[in-house]
Design a protein around this ligand. Structure first.
Ligand code: SF4
Length: 430
């Protein structure tokens, strides 16, 4: 509500992936630089903004639930603006079926939202200091959008369009902004980061990393969303040699069995992935490997699933995420139906996750006695909660540092690991 300072306020809720988080942070920075104020909760805001996710059933359901929750809160006076992937994918249906939504925008329409909200169409350079204070030790930097890969289960290309890199100069301005506003970790995200390029391929991801890490300051850079079909040695060498780059590779493989990968319209097989992982571990010693798999894809047999379990056991990923196959309209896999019963999908999901929990427990226990450099994200009494370079925020575990009196968020603390479980580690300052 317009307070003493007469500033209009907005409440911005973000659903979905780190790319959405990056887009929302950019939008709220723009709105603040236009004189609006960010409200902590919807009750205290004039404008309610929802950045939606729409790529699988569960995400759509969550977005719809949030739309109706905000409709109940908006009352007669407030404006509800819905944008992002769900709005991009189901624009007409949403406008027709939920008329309580005042304005609807798709993806990458920040400029139009700004125009509507502030009545000013030109995109000013946001004032770095005024950026809203989200947990400021790490920030997501979206380096590209869209995707050209066309995996048969995925709706993202139909939502976000073809792959397009964001100009390096723009990214470096944002990176400087994040660092000057206190970030100690910059996480590069895109649908897949390894295809990043500029200037007709003369400027690649390793060049961008090098330029970001030349920015003065004690911070680190993390990469997410590698494509297994685009991992170049030059990139791995930059990761290995650059002290400011986390030795961390997030590389969704989705499956290991050739037959299933073919149905997913993805290449590769166990041998191809085994060789790739060997190369990554050779060039980047001590690298933390994260991957993601889909269980229950149409045509996945019990034998395929056993093959996947064998592969995961053999490789020994440090981190692993898994999804139940979600049949999606307008995707090439739609005509395959959804033949794997939900009980079987869930059984396979739990089997895969419990195998990974056993592997992660062994790996975490093997870190006992090790001295790791931990970035502190928050403190709680005498305990600091942070992450070493092998722990990415919001998806991996944390490191609890005991006897951490006097330590503040944003500090890097050398920590002796004393204990761990399948997710988290414990330690004391070195
Ligand atoms: S790589 Fe495949 S799964 Fe990932 S966004 Fe592109 S099409 Fe979707």
């Amino acid at each position: 509500m317009q307070e003493g300072d007469g500033k209009r306020s907005f409440y911005l809720l973000t659903l979905g992936c780190p790319k959405n988080t990056a887009d929302s942070e950019e939008l709220s920075g723009l709105l603040i630089s236009q004189g609006l104020k960010e409200a902590e909760d919807p009750e205290g805001a004039d404008i309610l903004l929802l950045n939606t996710c729409g790529f699988i059933e569960d995400a759509r359901k969550e977005s719809i639930d949030e739309i109706f929750r905000l409709i109940r809160l908006k009352g007669k006076t407030r404006q509800l603006i819905v944008f992002g992937c769900l709005a991009q994918r189901y624009r007409d249906e949403l406008m027709r079926e939920i008329p309580e939504i005042d304005l609807l925008f798709g993806v990458n329409e920040e400029e139009r939202i700004l125009q509507e909200v502030s009545g000013n169409g030109s995109l000013p350079t946001p004032d770095p200091v005024s950026l809203p204070g989200r947990s400021s030790t790490y920030r997501y930097l979206k380096i590209a959008d869209g995707c050209n890969r066309g995996c048969s289960f995925c709706a993202i290309p139909s939502i976000k369009g073809p792959f397009s890199s964001i100009p390096p100069e723009k990214l470096l301005v944002k990176a400087r902004r994040f660092i000057s506003s206190g970030a100690r970790e910059i996480i590069l995200v895109a649908q897949e980061t390894t295809s990043y390029e500029w200037d007709t391929g003369k400027y690649r991801l390793e060049d961008l990393i090098r330029d970001i890490t030349r920015i003065e300051g004690d911070f680190r850079v993390r990469l997410h969303y590698f494509s297994p079909y685009a991992v170049r040695e030059e990139l791995l060498e930059e990761m290995a040699l650059n002290p400011k780059v986390c030795k961390y590779v997030d590389i969704p493989l989705q499956h290991s069995e050739e037959g299933v990968l073919r149905l997913m319209r993805r290449g590769g097989n166990r041998d191809f992935f085994r060789d790739l992982i060997e190369k990554i571990r050779k060039i980047v010693p001590g690298v933390t490997l994260r991957s993601t798999f889909i269980v229950g894809f149409p045509g996945e047999t019990e034998r395929d699933f056993e093959g996947l379990l064998d592969f995961v056991e053999e490789v020994g990923f440090d981190r692993l995420g898994a999804f139940l196959y979600s049949r999606e309209e307008e995707t090439p896999a739609w005509p395959l139906g959804d033949p794997v019963p939900i009980e079987v999908k869930e059984k396979r999901y739990h089997e895969l996750i419990s195998l990974q929990e056993r592997i992660s427990l062994q790996k975490n226990l093997a870190l006992s006695g090790k001295r790791l450099r931990v970035l502190v994200d928050e403190t709680d009494g005498g305990v600091a909660i942070g992450r070493h370079e092998g722990q990415s925020p919001e998806i991996d575990g944390v490191t609890l540092i005991r006897k951490a009196g006097g330590i503040r968020p944003g500090e890097f603390i050398y920590t002796i690991i004393t204990d761990g479980n399948e997710y988290d580690l414990e330690g004391v300052p070195a």
